[in-house]
Design a protein around this ligand. Structure first.
Ligand code: DC
Length: 235
């Protein structure tokens, strides 16, 4: 019998996906997969090879590049052909082009296949993105769709950048989030959309603890139904 569950967390940028997904995975001892980091990595490769706008070249670059995702105390580490590009994938340049790269169906096919391969049902997995509950794992055990107002999301992202030593302006961040939301939600292949059976949590006015507890309640309910014993760390 499987010991784990598949937890899908979708929603727009800044809605609290990463914070929730990381903490939930840590508490449950599950694998954490940030799929946005994978689309960012492909965008970074495309920029580095001056391939933006050239779909065929981007798909080929995505196909031949070795992407590895690790997660440790310092956060998510993404290796491209063995090189750590964790910082580079958060650059302004990547922010500006990532939605256009994510629209390419053949890039999505490659990454979705990798996301499914990386998942370990026996251990349990928390995967965050835009299409996890709709496309990657339509049969996920728990599906969460996080939302928050654009202003709140822009303030959160700005704070994250400032905390990491980058100089950013909240209005620029807000414009980038809003334009990414539009492209991500309107693309033909796997748009950002709530799965019909996903639970919506609006994080605008709740604390991180409240948001984690709401998600954990759903996870516990599902584990009970499936007779799975969860070992939840309390610290
Ligand atoms: O979660 P994030 O902001 O790091 O994601 C960056 C971009 O990657 C996002 O604007 C759209 C794309 N993305 C996607 O298309 N599908 C996913 N499952 C995750 C991210």
């Amino acid at each position: 019998m499987s010991k784990g569950l598949i937890i899908a967390i979708d929603g727009p940028a800044g809605s609290g996906k990463s914070t929730s997904a990381k903490l939930i995975a840590k508490k449950l001892g599950f694998l954490y997969i940030d799929t946005g980091a994978m689309y960012r990595a492909v965008t970074y490769i495309a920029l580095e090879n001056e391939a933006i706008g050239n779909e065929k070249k981007i798909v080929e670059l995505a196909r031949i590049s070795k992407l590895e995702l690790r997660f440790d105390e310092s956060g998510i580490i993404i290796l491209l052909n063995g090189r750590d590009i964790s910082k580079e994938i958060r650059s302004d340049q990547v922010n500006r082009h990532v939605s256009d790269v994510s629209r390419i169906s053949d890039v999505r096919k490659l990454l979705v296949e990798k996301q499914r391969e990386m998942s370990r049902k026996d251990q349990g997995v928390v995967m965050e993105g835009r299409d996890i509950g709709t496309v990657v794992f339509p049969d996920a055990d728990v599906k969460i769709f996080l939302t928050a107002s654009l202003d709140t999301r822009a303030i959160r992202r700005t704070k994250e950048y400032i905390d990491n030593g980058s100089e950013v302006v909240v209005d620029d961040i807000k414009n980038n989030l809003s334009s990414r939301d539009k492209i991500d939600s309107s693309r033909t292949d796997s748009p950002l959309t709530k799965a019909p059976d996903a639970v919506v949590i609006d994080t605008t006015k709740i604390t991180i603890d409240e948001q984690i507890n709401l998600i954990l309640d759903k996870v516990k309910e599902k584990a009970k139904q499936k007779n799975i014993n969860l070992d939840i760390k309390t610290e």
